[in-house]
Design a protein around this ligand. Structure first.
Ligand SMILES: *[C@@H]1O[C@H](CO)[C@@H](O)[C@H](O)[C@H]1NC(C)=O
Ligand SMILES: *[C@@H]1O[C@H](CO)[C@@H](O)[C@H](O)[C@H]1NC(C)=O
Ligand SMILES: *[C@@H]1O[C@H](CO)[C@@H](O)[C@H](O)[C@H]1NC(C)=O
Ligand SMILES: *[C@@H]1O[C@H](CO)[C@@H](O)[C@H](O)[C@H]1NC(C)=O
Ligand SMILES: *[C@@H]1O[C@H](CO)[C@@H](O)[C@H](O)[C@H]1NC(C)=O
Ligand SMILES: *[C@@H]1O[C@H](CO)[C@@H](O)[C@H](O)[C@H]1NC(C)=O
Ligand SMILES: *[C@@H]1O[C@H](CO)[C@@H](O)[C@H](O)[C@H]1NC(C)=O
Length: 802
């Protein structure tokens, strides 16, 4: 090995050790778990303070004193499933606290004995011992409670050193069994005895007889016997008096009918109270009962043993009958007449059971996982003490027949009919249940909503999960006592109301087809404290939001929240948990939405109105309208033919009282600037020798447009002057093209005398320009006025002027 390799290995060991130490410190400083770590020897780096050391499932073949001597606190050592061949108990000399030592499933052949004083649990089962490894020193381990042993043969002297120890459990594994000396086991002093016999050998029945004389609880695994019935060793009558066992379990039993009945009778008349047989195979020779066995069976029946004895409960699990030709009715008769409280026949392919002939003592019958049909216990009036009837996993079909089956079972409280083929159609005849029935399990059947027409009236707990129920019909008989209802795994589309279940406290609605649970539920089901509604295809909408809110308010428990509650629809929300799904109040509340919209509109109107009033927006609009109208007209009608006679852009007419404004505002503003406007003012451009009216008319005729400065003054005093003019010039009255009205001050309509019809019409049409009071608006006013007037006068005239 090169130096590099050594360094590498060293580093690796170092890291591994470090890692282990860290791991152990983190987990628990007193537990060292090296289970399944491919170890071939006990690790050297185990912390000194370790109390629990698990070295199971490794390949450790030996260990020495030095492996454990520093672990002075060690209490539990598990070395099971290793390859240890020799055990020297001296190794634990320094482990004074060792209480639990598991050395099962090794290859141990030999033990070197030493007292391990504190040991409570010592397991040496599933090893390769020939004789039982019980040495003298075991007798001084006074704390010993559990002793696991293995051997291929048992002799009477084997237990002599420990007869005085009061043990709790002795576990005995007898692989490759070669012999049992009767009366050996009886030397043991233990409450429980569990014997695992060799799986592939003929069972030694003395183990059963002696075991029953030894401990209260006896369990024997692997009882097979294919030898002929004649070789079967019957127990002595003396034996019956010595039986101590009250609870007996036989596992993996494979026997001929004859032997089974022998054992059956033996145990039946023994003090055994609880008898369990698991994985039982009945056999006959070549699938037939021998003549002997058949006679035995018949005599058995004739005995008419109305089974007495101490037996209280019999359990048969996984029974298989390999005898095909015999009348099974004999068997059913024997079972049905048993005078016991509890009978379980589970997974036995049993197609029928008879009604007991006289009032039966059965209180609990469990016939799960068989082939029973609707014919069971019909018109059977003898099962009056029966409290629980378990008929799970059978072949029942008619719910109404099941109800009639129970009708005479006066004490029946619990009926389990789950996993059958039950259905009920409304047309079927009515149902009649035992009045006492409080708990009914109808889950995993094929029932539809018509099941609600066939339910026991006093039911408290009802399980209807996994059926075909699409709704809970209204108007069914009230179930006053119902507290728990399970409707999971059906086809319901909504939560039911509680009008017919006034006492309901727990409701399971998981895995249905509920899109939107209606919020009425909380109103109707006030007493429900636990609701399970997860795993439904929820549609995340406003209604659902309302439901969740109500649920929160009601402060009842919503089981499985939040993981089990997810949106299924709409697509984009699929998989979102309901707790993360939010919709605004506004988008869900229509009234609120309408009110908000209305309010918004009102506010908008108010703002607009305010703006109009405050900034006089209407005025601007009107001005701009007029301006565009003027521009349009100017575009369309260009009055070429008039050009020659016109000298002025406009003639101004105004009341004497407004002359100040005209002279200070109007004229200066219009005549200044680039687009200089020529105005004809009758005072300024006065032609001597003509009357005022003539002058005015003259002025008007030379002007392209006429500007009237309107005000209450003007209307009252001046207007009449121009009536004449209007009379002459229909042109102006027909089109207001040449007429420009400036409203200097508002004219209340009543101020205008009635005869000024024309003026009223003009005013009504609002074809005037208003003189704005606010300075800021005046620029627009002037621009508008200019635009109205603007026209190119003939060139000659302009040249003249200049
Ligand atoms: C050690 O770990 C195994 C599984 O790796 C586990 O089964 C066993 O119970 C553990 N032992 C102890 C003493 O916790
Ligand atoms: C080893 O024995 C201990 C002590 O009873 C136990 O906790 C642990 O689970 C056993 N280990 C395995 C792998 O069974
Ligand atoms: C029982 O013994 C007979 C005869 O020795 C043998 O043929 C049979 O296989 C044995 N049965 C079992 C279950 O080992
Ligand atoms: C039941 O017994 C049969 C034969 O007797 C055996 O093959 C089978 O493994 C056993 N089943 C169980 C679950 O122990
Ligand atoms: C019968 O079975 C019921 C229900 O499992 C149980 O409560 C009762 O203790 C059993 N009685 C006997 C005698 O085993
Ligand atoms: C019926 O018996 C089987 C087998 O013993 C048992 O597993 C099951 O729990 C029993 N059922 C009830 C409801 O007691
Ligand atoms: C009804 O039976 C089913 C299936 O056997 C079981 O899962 C469920 O727990 C039972 N219900 C009640 C209320 O015992």
């Amino acid at each position: 090995m090169g130096p590099l390799t050594s360094i590498f290995i060293f580093a690796w060991v170092f890291i591994f050790t470090l890692w282990n130490n860290i791991q152990l410190t983190v987990e628990n400083e007193f537990i060292a778990n090296y289970s399944s770590s491919f170890l071939t020897s006990v690790p050297k780096n185990i912390l000194v303070r370790t109390r629990v050391l698990d070295l199971s499932y490794n390949r450790i073949s030996e260990f020495t004193l030095f492996d454990f001597m520093f672990l002075s606190d060690l209490q539990v050592l598990n070395l099971s499933h290793n390859l240890i061949a020799e055990l020297d108990l001296n190794v634990f000399m320094f482990n004074q606290d060792l209480e639990y030592l598991d050395l099962s499933h090794n290859n141990i052949l030999k033990v070197y004995c030493q007292t391990v004083a504190r040991l409570r649990h010592l397991d040496l089962s599933f090893n390769e011992f020939t004789a039982l490894p019980i040495c003298h020193e075991f007798g001084t381990m006074f704390h010993l409670e559990y002793l696991g042993l293995s051997a291929t043969m048992i002799k009477r002297s084997d237990f002599r050193y420990i007869t005085h120890l009061q043990l709790h459990t002795v576990f005995l594994t007898l692989q490759d069994f070669s012999g049992y000396e009767p009366q050996s086991l009886t030397a043991l002093n233990t409450r429980s005895l569990h014997i695992v016999f060799a799986a592939n050998q003929n069972f030694s029945f003395f183990l059963l007889y002696d075991g029953m004389s030894t401990s209260e609880n006896l369990k024997i695994t692997n009882i097979r016997y294919t030898l002929s019935y004649k070789d079967f060793p019957s127990p002595s009558l003396k034996f019956l008096k010595k039986i101590k066992t009250t609870a007996l379990t036989l596992d993996n039993v494979d026997l001929r009918w004859g032997i089974i009945f022998q054992i059956f009778l033996l145990i039946w008349y023994s003090p055994v109270e609880f008898w369990t047989v698991k994985n039982l195979t009945f056999r006959g020779s070549v699938g037939k009962l021998t003549e002997y066995e058949y006679l035995f069976l018949l005599s058995f029946q004739e005995q008419s043993v109305y089974w007495g004895g101490s037996m209280k409960a019999l359990t048969l699990e996984h029974a298989r009958n390999k005898v095909y030709y015999f009348n099974q009715a004999i068997l059913y008769r024997q079972f049905s007449e048993m005078n016991i409280e509890n009978l379980t026949i589970y997974d036995a392919c049993m197609p029928h059971m008879l009604c007991p002939k006289r009032t039966s003592s059965f209180q609990y019958l469990n016939f799960s996982h068989n082939a029973l049909t609707d014919e069971l216990f019909q018109n059977c009036v003898t099962l009056t003490d029966l409290k629980s009837l378990i008929l799970q996993r059978n072949k029942f079909e008619s719910l109404s027949k099941v109800s009639f089956m129970t009708s005479s079972m006066k004490s029946l409280k619990y009926l389990d009919m789950s996993s059958n083929l039950l259905h009920h159609d409304g047309a079927e005849k009515r149902c009649q249940w035992a009045d006492s029935l409080a708990k009914l399990n109808l889950s995993y059947n094929q029932l539809t909503e018509s099941v609600f027409e066939c339910l026991p009236v006093n039911i408290k707990i009802l399980d209807l999960q996994n059926n075909q129920i699409a709704s809970v019909p209204k108007g069914i008989a009230e179930l006053k006592s119902l507290r728990e209802l399970n409707l999971a795994l059906n086809r319901l589309t909504d939560l039911p109301g509680c009008s017919v279940f006034p006492a309901l406290a727990a409701l399971n609605m998981e895995m249905n087809s509920i899109l939107t649970p209606s919020a009425d539920f909380f109103q109707s089901c006030q007493r429900v404290v636990e609701l399970r509604a997860g795993c439904n295809p929820f549609k995340c909408s406003c209604e659902l939001r309302a439901f969740i809110r109500l649920e929160k308010q009601s402060r009842r428990e919503l089981s499985g929240w939040p993981e089990a509650y997810m949106c299924q629809y709409p697509e984009d929300l699929r998989g979102t948990q309901l707790k993360d799904f939010h919709l605004s109040e506004l988008s869900c509340n229509t009234t609120l939405l309408l009110v908000t919209a209305l309010l918004l509109t009102l506010v908008l109107v108010a703002v607009v109105a305010f703006l109009c009033i405050y900034f006089d927006a209407l005025w601007y609009v009107r001005m701009i309208w007029q301006w565009t109208q003027t521009k349009r007209r100017a575009w369309h009608s260009y009055p070429r033919e008039q050009e020659n006679i016109l000298q002025f852009h406009a003639f101004i007419s105004y009341s004497e009282r407004d002359s100040l404004w005209v002279k200070n505002e109007l004229i200066p503003n219009l005549e200044k600037g680039e687009g200089c406007v020529q105005l004809c003012q009758h005072e300024r451009n006065f032609v001597p020798g003509k009357s005022i009216v003539e002058n005015i008319i003259n002025c008007i005729e030379k002007s392209y447009k006429s500007i009237f400065v309107l005000s209450p003054n003007f209307v009252q005093s001046e207007w009449c002057h121009y009536e004449l003019y209007f009379a002459h010039h229909k042109l102006f009255s027909e089109s207001s093209n040449s007429l420009i009205l400036i409203l200097l001050e508002p004219i209340p309509p009543y101020v205008i005398p009635a005869r000024y019809h024309k003026l009223k019409v003009l005013m009504a049409k609002r074809t005037y320009l208003e003189w704005p009071k606010e300075r800021s608006k005046r620029a627009l006013f002037w621009a508008n006025l200019r635009a109205t007037i603007s026209i190119n006068l003939p060139m000659s005239f302009e040249a003249n002027e200049e």
